[in-house]
Ligand binder design. Structure first.
Ligand code: ARG
Length: 588
């Protein structure tokens, strides 16, 4: 189905042309004066210069052509030259009925599905997940779902940080604690044990201990660096430990991400890119893309139009070690080979923007990525506490993700248990679902690049611009629909009729914007646009609800049309929260 705004624009284009003006001026926007109109066109102002005419004259000419319009009920030319428009009630109702009868709610999916890789999550194996990784997971999951909704083929790749110094630290600490293990015996030829020499709990203690020791003890640090080097160069025993670390951590990570409703199609990591590195480096040298600068191998990425200095992309340190950028370039080779993506979207802390700029430029310069493949970096801001500093525990430590989730769920549970009498089990389940909306909506309702304050009290509130408020609205609709049906009435096949009052029309107009919002959230990689839309939609619904008797309505035809509108509103809200990565409970 075409978008409402495009349907209006088509009529306006025809009107501009019939009045003797170019249709390029017929651009339609949502009204910024909802008290005066619903849509507007400011093209007469833009055309004034071209046609050497007062804008109001142009506007009047165009309005004159719009009599008998299909979709517009009121069109006014207003000084200095605005064209203000209101849609016909029956036109909106008809549009909504078409939406209802389409399983995709009228959203036109793309005719040319693209292969898109979304690189998000990016946790570092063996280090506990902390809130810093929360944003990448939440935003990435939503971007992935939005792109899928638009009909693209999307692969979400977690891109684990699984090849770095942290692995050397763990190996070193383990060698101190259990030196008798066969991994540390260079003579050992047999098969290594299948069972890991540590649990996830132990692993989570080993890493910080080792990291602390390395900071204080230069010798220890050297050992860890050496272990990292040996691991990366094929040491058999260390590789076996690495496998254990991976197995233990990945199953823990899977559990944590599942708790967040975040699902990856690919569980690849930096380690998977390593096999591509030697050939890549050889070839970069041979083709002259890379050169030695102060002992390191680098690719220059400065461009003439740059206003500031962009340092070269480092490929190999003087000791032969590869770097973060090397791995990302090698990963691009792998992705190109395996999936031939049309687009790759990276979601990481915005402080990594220089890194991605260097990698993208190096990838283009060397032709690792074909010209037509889009590389996009969506950098996000910091999640702060109420004190405006990066979010910490009450004690000032790094907040672990599971503790944060537990805290929110507890808060939600208190509220739910207070509000009504429900069985403990149901209250706990509901608290989980609503808690998820609090966390995700709290994050996604901000433009990704901005820092935001994680405010537990505000995010868990049932009022205001929050996830729980959206869910509360959906639950309210569900409850009305249930009551309606409880009396044996059928809801299948009922239709929306022209709005009976102003708040109903306002709600209908909001519902009709669904495809437009979804599409622009995709184009701009902006889940916050969906949040602000469903907030408006929920507000429009609640206003309608407060001003209208629905279940007590005696006129059956009217009541049916209300119910049809409620069903559609619910479907739109549910489709939106689904791409945001959460769902609604039955009751709350
Ligand atoms: N592991 C990295 C970190 O914790 C994020 C990875 C982002 N993705 C990438 N392809 N570099 O900072």
């Amino acid at each position: 189905m075409k978008k409402v705004i495009d349907l209006i624009a088509e009529e306006l284009e025809a009107a501009f042309e019939q009045a003797g003006y170019s249709k390029e001026y017929a651009k339609v926007t949502l009204s910024n004066r909802p008290d005066l109109c619903e849509y507007q066109c400011n093209g007469a102002m833009a055309g004034a210069k071209t046609y050497k005419k007062a804008p109001i004259m142009i506007a009047n000419d165009v309005v004159g052509q719009l009599e008998g319009s299909q979709c517009l009920e009121e069109v006014n030319a207003v000084n200095p030259g605005f064209i203000n428009m209101k849609l016909k009630k029956e036109y909106v109702a008809d549009y909504l009925n078409q939406m209802s009868s389409d399983e995709n709610l009228g959203l036109e999916v793309t005719e040319e599905p693209k292969m898109i890789v979304v690189d998000y999550g990016g946790p570092n194996v063996a280090k506990p997940l902390h809130v810093g990784h929360l944003r990448s997971a939440i935003i990435g999951e939503s971007v992935k779902r939005i792109a899928r909704k638009m009909g693209h083929k999307v692969l979400g790749d977690i891109h684990l940080g699984d090849w770095g110094y942290q692995m050397g630290l763990i190996i070193t600490e383990l060698s101190k604690r259990q030196p008798e293990l066969p991994y540390f015996d260079d003579e050992f030829q047999g098969e290594y044990p299948a069972k890991a020499p540590f649990t996830i709990g132990e692993l989570e203690e080993i890493y910080p201990t080792a990291s602390g020791k390395a900071k204080e003890d230069e010798g220890y640090r050297e050992e860890a660096l050496q272990a990292t080097y040996l691991l990366q160069n094929g040491h058999r025993g260390y590789r076996a430990i690495w496998n254990h670390i991976m197995n233990v951590s990945v199953s823990d990570l899977k559990k944590n991400y599942a708790n967040l409703n975040v699902e990856f199609d690919l569980w690849k990591g930096e380690a998977d890119a390593q096999v591509y590195i030697p050939d890549m480096i050889e070839w970069m040298k041979k083709e002259g893309y890379a050169h030695i600068d102060q002992g390191a191998l680098v690719i220059d990425v400065q461009e003439e139009s740059d206003t500031k200095e962009i340092p070269p992309c480092m490929i190999q340190k003087s000791d032969g070690a590869s770097l973060y950028g090397t791995t990302d370039l090698a990963t691009l080779i792998q992705r190109e080979q395996d999936y031939k993506p049309d687009k790759i979207i990276y979601i990481a802390d915005k402080r990594q923007d220089l890194h991605f700029l260097q990698v993208f430029r190096a990838a283009r310069k060397t032709g690792i990525v074909p010209e037509q493949t889009a590389l996009e970096f969506l950098g996000f801001g910091t999640m702060n506490g109420k004190d405006g500093k990066p979010f910490k525990t009450r004690e000032g430590g790094v907040m672990r993700l599971e503790n944060l989730i537990a805290e929110i769920e507890e808060e939600m549970y208190q509220k739910i248990a207070q509000n009504r009498t429900v069985a403990e089990e149901e209250a706990l389940k509901t608290a989980k679902i609503v808690g998820m909306s609090a966390i995700k909506y709290g994050d996604l309702s901000n433009q990704a690049s901005k820092d935001y304050v994680f405010d537990v009290d505000r995010f868990t509130s049932f009022e205001g611009n929050t996830g729980p408020y959206i869910l509360y609205t959906i639950v309210r609709i569900k409850s009305i629909l249930n009551k309606y049906q409880a009396d044996g009435r059928i809801i299948e096949g009922i239709q929306v009729k022209s709005a009976h009052n102003e708040s109903e029309k306002a709600l209908m107009l909001e519902v009709s914007k669904y495809s437009d919002v979804m599409e622009s959230a995709y184009v701009d990689l902006a889940p916050h646009k969906i949040c602000s839309y469903i907030y408006d939609l929920a507000n429009a619904f609640n206003r309608f609800y407060h001003e209208t008797k629905i279940l007590a309505e005696e006129d059956e035809t009217k009541q049916k049309s209300y119910i049809a509108l409620l069903m559609l509103t619910k479907r739109v809200l549910e489709a939106c929260i689904d791409v945001l990565g959460f769902e609604a409970p039955e009751r709350m």
